[in-house]
Design a protein around this ligand. Structure first.
Ligand SMILES: *[C@@H]1O[C@H](CO)[C@@H](O)[C@H](O)[C@H]1NC(C)=O
Ligand SMILES: *[C@@H]1O[C@H](CO)[C@@H](O)[C@H](O)[C@H]1NC(C)=O
Ligand SMILES: *[C@@H]1O[C@H](CO)[C@@H](O)[C@H](O)[C@H]1NC(C)=O
Ligand SMILES: *[C@@H]1O[C@H](CO)[C@@H](O)[C@H](O)[C@H]1NC(C)=O
Ligand SMILES: *[C@@H]1O[C@H](CO)[C@@H](O)[C@H](O)[C@H]1NC(C)=O
Ligand SMILES: *[C@@H]1O[C@H](CO)[C@@H](O)[C@H](O)[C@H]1NC(C)=O
Length: 314
């Protein structure tokens, strides 16, 4: 030892071996995490080339070694010549949820394992992506603009994940916000105007990490829209005494009330967006205009069928 054995001189002349590391750190699976770390040793500052930096995972396993040319997912982002031992771990995995300790070997001085300063990495599951608006706008209306927010947390402010939307077109804004314990929040707010064509489609928010990994979450869109595309089947030439069958269909959400009407009289009715009208043994007395009317809370449409029964005998 270079330090004098007399205690007060030792305190005066020697900065003791010490490392400053957080006790615990939260990391998100697939993201990266930086363990902030500084260390100290007795005597004057040594150059990086005289300092071997080693990180152990779970006590014994060497996770990083500055003497190794390749260190997998680990990268010493701190300058060890400046007593900075910060370690970045990329592509966090479930098995990284362990204790990490730092060890230093200094040429012509000594080696030291800072086993009293351990950092416990806590790996979070796949980020929870949700709509901030409560309740989440699953039930939306055509032509009415809505705002949906997707939020996730991460631990990598230097390279935060990107958020992208799929399933809807509209402007989006991204916000970054620090939480506690090195955790950050990123959110993307999408504003879009749904159309009836969006009904039943899913709106997906995708979180893409710099390493190319991603997670995503989706909601199914239920777009309320007025009845549209009302169709009537055209029957064969209606002949006296024959059966006439007319089919009326429509598209809408919620489902429309469909009604067959003739001269103000309701002939048939349904609430399943399709409705038949069967006229048995038709006569010329059945001639006239038949209306199929579709209506829900958002609108009303109709179509007319003109019945002209051909005489069997003239
Ligand atoms: C240590 O290095 C990291 C990565 O370069 C840096 O973010 C951090 O500020 C440094 N810490 C100190 C105390 O200089
Ligand atoms: C929404 O806009 C379209 C196109 O302008 C229109 O045809 C439709 O009736 C509108 N829907 C509602 C419920 O206002
Ligand atoms: C009424 O509509 C239903 C369902 O489409 C159909 O089964 C039935 O035959 C129709 N009745 C008449 C009298 O048209
Ligand atoms: C159709 O009407 C004619 C004349 O009224 C009648 O003779 C015949 O039995 C009817 N047919 C059916 C299937 O009701
Ligand atoms: C549909 O028909 C039912 C029964 O006739 C009625 O109670 C309901 O209010 C109707 N809805 C609309 C949107 O017209
Ligand atoms: C059918 O639609 C036309 C045009 O909107 C309207 O004038 C008429 O009253 C409607 N007929 C019925 C039976 O709803």
């Amino acid at each position: 030892m270079l330090c004098p054995s007399v205690l007060f001189l030792r305190v005066l002349l020697c900065q003791p071996w010490s490392a400053s590391i957080p006790r615990s750190l939260r990391a998100v699976k697939g993201s990266c995490v930086v363990i902030p770390c500084t260390f100290n040793y007795p005597g004057p500052k040594r150059p990086s080339s005289h300092i071997r930096a080693i990180w152990h995972r779970d006590g014994k396993e060497t996770f990083y070694d500055s003497d190794h040319s390749s260190n997998g997912r680990a990268d010493l982002v701190g300058d060890r010549g400046e007593k900075n031992c910060s370690l970045q771990i990329n592509g966090i995995r479930t098995e990284d949820a362990k204790e990490f300790t730092f060890r230093v070997e200094i040429m012509n001085l000594d080696s030291y394992s800072f086993t009293n300063s351990k950092v416990a990495i806590k790996v979070e599951a796949v980020p929870e992506i949700s709509c901030l608006e409560a309740p989440c706008p699953k039930e939306i209306t055509e032509n009415v603009t809505v705002t949906v927010t997707c939020t996730t947390s991460h631990t990598c402010p230097a390279a935060p994940p990107g958020l992208t939307w799929n399933g809807a077109q509209g402007p989006s804004t991204v916000q970054h916000r620090p939480l506690q314990d090195g955790l950050w929040e990123v959110s993307s707010t999408l504003t879009f105007t749904p159309s009836y064509t969006d009904h039943g489609k899913s709106l997906t928010c995708q979180v893409i990490y710099p390493e190319g990994k991603y997670t995503e979450n989706s909601i199914e869109l239920h777009v309320r829209y007025a009845p549209r595309n009302l169709k009537l089947s055209t029957p064969l030439k209606p002949q006296e005494g024959k059966l006439i069958s007319l089919e009326c269909t429509v598209e809408s959400w919620p489902l429309s009330n469909l009604t067959w009407i003739k001269g103000g009289e309701v002939l048939n009715q349904s609430t399943i967006n399709s409705l038949a009208l069967k006229l048995m043994n038709v006569t010329r007395g059945d001639n006239g205009e038949y209306f199929c009317v579709a209506e829900n809370q958002l609108g009303r449409v109709n179509k007319t069928f003109l019945l002209q029964v051909e005489c069997k005998y003239t």
